[in-house]
Design a protein around this ligand. Structure first.
Ligand code: CTP
Length: 211
């Protein structure tokens, strides 16, 4: 019988530190098999749209994501089958032509602003986390990151934050905190929370006979 991998959802606002929490858990299982699936890579394909139209997309709304494909891929990984994960280009605002072959692993981490918003995704998760970080820290991190890694200007980041990111956070992301099993204050800096999560994950893997 196929042993079902463990699925961990890591949600939280933009710049909250989801990536650091994800990396810390990933590092703790280096000897093990963990695969990370970023919901960002499952933004709907926009290659057929002009750049002007891509710039008008609301990337913080649940409808921006191709959750059908994401769910299909998670189900494949749960069946211990590989997937062709899409690759997302933040500067071009669309998927690139390449995909990356991802092999099935014992632990699947699903990371993204809205991974707890879709009931179908929640139903696939064994553990649901919400990384809770103050808005001032999140916007500072976002400005620094978007300029250095995503080809943006300060003005564009601030405008997008005030017009889209902030209202969508309050409307769609923050309310998903209620679905979390554990709320982690301050993301990757919270060593106690990370240690607790790693211990819990190991215990579940052992009791399921995976390790
Ligand atoms: N986004 C964007 N332009 C795109 C696609 C996405 O600006 N073409 C932004 C969305 O506005 C959304 C953010 O990307 O708010 C999602 O990524 P974010 O959660 O900020 O990054 P992670 O590294 O996944 O998380 P964290 O900062 O918590 O580590």
């Amino acid at each position: 019988m196929v042993k079902r991998p463990l699925v961990i959802g890591i949600a939280g606002g933009s710049g909250s530190g989801k990536t650091s929490v994800t990396n810390a858990i990933y590092e703790a299982f280096k000897d093990h098999s963990v695969v990370v699936i970023q919901q960002d890579f499952y933004y709907k394909d926009q290659s057929h749209l002009e750049m002007e139209e891509r710039l008008m997309t609301n990337y913080d709304h649940p409808l921006a994501f191709d959750n059908d494909l994401l769910i299909d891929h998670v189900n494949h990984l749960l069946q211990r089958q590989g997937i062709e994960k899409p690759v997302y280009d933040y500067a071009a605002h669309t998927r690139s032509n390449e995909t990356v072959l991802i092999e099935p692993k014992d632990v699947i981490i699903l990371e993204g602003i809205l991974v707890l918003e879709d009931e179908r995704l929640r139903d696939l998760m064994n553990i649901k986390l919400y990384v809770d970080t103050d808005a001032d820290l999140r916007i500072i991190r976002r400005i620094l990151r978007d300029i250095s890694e995503r080809g943006r200007t300060v003005e564009s980041v601030v405008e997008q934050y005030l017009n889209v990111v902030r209202p969508m956070h309050n409307q769609f992301i923050e309310p998903t905190k209620r679905y979390a099993d554990v709320i982690i204050p301050e993301g990757g800096q919270n060593e106690v929370a990370i240690d607790l999560m790693v211990t819990k994950i190991k215990a579940i893997l052992e009791s399921n006979g995976i390790v």
